[in-house]
Design a protein around this ligand. Structure first.
Ligand code: IPM
Ligand code: MN
Length: 347
C-alpha cells in the first residue's frame, strides 16, 4: 500500500482545531481510496516560541524536507509574540526555503453558501507569487528612535521568479477556461511592474491559446467585486496576491471557505497546504471555527500527491455538507458537527 508522510503543523489558535478536523477527513478519504497517510505533528507555534525562543528548531526546515507534504493550520498569537516575529520564524521561511513559489487559491461559492455579491457563478483561481516581490525581506532601519529614522523595505523581482509564476499562471489557464489576468501597477511602479508586464507579453507569444489581459491591481480589485464571473486565472505578485485573495475570500462567503496551496511545482521540496485565514484568537478554543477552508486545502494536498480520486471525493463531501446548510453561517455549527457531516458524506 502507498503511504504519504505528512508533517502536521497545527500552529496557534483555531489552527489547532481546523487541522485536527481536516486530518480526520483526509484519513477517511485515504482509507476509502486504498492508500495510507501518516501524520507527524510538530508543536511549532507561538507557545513553542515562549518556551524555546524560536518558532521552530534550528533544523526545522531540514526536518520538514523529508515529508511528502505539510499541512499547516495558522500561525500567530499577537498578544504574546509580535506577528512580524512569528510569521518570519515559521510560515514565511518555509514558503521560501522550499521554493513554494506558486500560492494557489481558489475562489468560488460552495453550494448553499451565500456570498455578499449578486453574482453567483464565478470560479477564480488566484496564483500568487510566494517567495519574493514585496515579501523579499530586504530592507532595514537606521537612526532608530530618532526624528531622522528611516525604514526601507525593498521589493525584489527577479526574471526567474517572475517568469516562473507567470508561466505557472498560463499553464493553469490552459487547463481551465483559457483566460489569464496578469496583475500589474506599471502606471506607478516603473521598474518592477514594467518588468512584470514585459515578461507577461513575452510569455503571451508562447501561449497564444491563452487570452491574457494585464490589469492594474486597483482596477482588478474592483473587477473582482463588480464582475467576478469575467475572471478565470489571476497571476499576481506576493503582496498584490495577498490582498486580492482576501477579496476572493470575502466574495466566496468569508475566510472560512478560502483554501490555499503553497506549491513547489518542481517537486524539489515538499509543498504546504493551509487555509487563508489566521489563528483567530477571538474564537480560539470555542469549537466554532469553520474547518472547511482547511479540509479544502487538504483536498488540494491529496491532488498534489497524485490522489485525484480522493481529492475529488473530499470536494464532493464538502459540497454535500454545505448544500445541506451545514457550515454556511458563521458560528452556527460547531467544528465537530461540520467535520462529522463531511465524513458522513464521504462514507
Ligand atoms: C496569507 C497571510 C500571510 C501572508 C501572513 C500571515 C504573513 O496573510 O497567507 O495570506 O501575508 O502571506
Ligand atoms: Mn493574507
Amino acid at each position: 500500500m502507498k503511504f504519504c508522510s505528512i508533517a502536521l503543523i497545527p500552529g496557534d489558535g483555531i489552527g489547532r482545531d481546523v487541522t485536527a478536523a481536516a486530518w480526520t477527513v483526509l484519513e477517511t478519504a485515504a482509507k476509502h481510496c486504498g492508500f495510507g497517510l501518516t501524520g507527524t505533528e510538530f508543536p511549532w507555534s507561538c507557545r513553542f516560541f515562549k518556551e524555546t525562543g524560536r518558532m521552530m528548531p534550528e533544523d526545522g526546515i531540514e526536518t520538514l524536507r523529508g515529508f511528502d507534504a505539510i499541512l499547516l493550520g495558522a500561525v500567530g498569537w499577537p498578544a504574546e509574540v509580535p506577528d512580524s516575529v512569528s510569521l518570519h520564524g515559521l510560515l514565511l521561511p518555509i514558503r521560501k526555503a522550499f521554493v513554494q513559489y506558486a500560492n494557489t487559491r481558489p475562489h468560488r461559492l460552495l453550494p448553499g453558501v451565500t456570498g455578499p455579491l449578486r453574482a453567483e457563478s464565478f470560479d477564480i483561481l488566484c496564483i500568487r507569487e510566494n517567495t519574493e516581490g514585496e515579501y523579499s525581506g530586504a530592507g532595514g532601519r537606521v537612526h532608530q528612535g530618532t526624528l531622522d529614522e528611516v525604514a526601507v523595505e525593498t521589493s525584489i523581482f527577479t526574471r526567474a521568479g517572475v517568469e516562473r509564476i507567470l508561466r505557472f499562471g498560463f499553464e493553469q489557464a490552459r487547463t481551465r477556461r483559457g483566460k489569464l489576468a496578469s496583475v500589474t501597477k506599471s502606471n506607478a511602479q516603473k521598474y518592477s511592474m514594467v518588468f512584470w508586464d514585459e515578461i507577461t507579453r513575452k510569455l503571451a507569444a508562447e501561449y497564444s491559446d491563452v487570452e491574457v489581459t494585464s490589469y492594474h491591481v486597483d482596477a482588478l480589485a474592483a473587477r473582482m467585486i463588480m464582475a467576478p464571473e469575467s475572471l478565470d486565472v489571476i497571476a499576481a505578485s506576493n503582496l498584490f496576491g495577498d490582498i486580492l485573495t482576501d477579496i476572493g475570500a470575502a466574495i466566496q462567503g468569508g475566510l472560512g471557505y478560502a483554501a490555499s496551496a503553497n506549491i513547489n511545482p518542481d517537486r524539489s521540496a515538499p509543498s504546504m497546504f493551509e487555509p487563508v485565514h489566521g489563528s483567530a484568537p477571538d474564537i480560539a478554543h470555542l469549537g466554532i471555527a469553520n474547518p472547511i477552508a482547511t479540509i479544502w486545502s487538504g483536498a488540494m494536498m491529496l491532488d498534489h500527491l497524485g490522489e485525484k480520486d480522493a481529492a475529488g471525493r473530499v470536494m464532493k463531501a464538502i459540497e454535500a455538507t454545505t448544500a445541506r446548510g451545514l457550515g454556511t453561517i458563521a458560528g452556527k455549527d460547531s467544528t465537530n458537527t461540520i467535520t462529522a457531516a463531511v465524513i458522513a458524506a464521504l462514507n
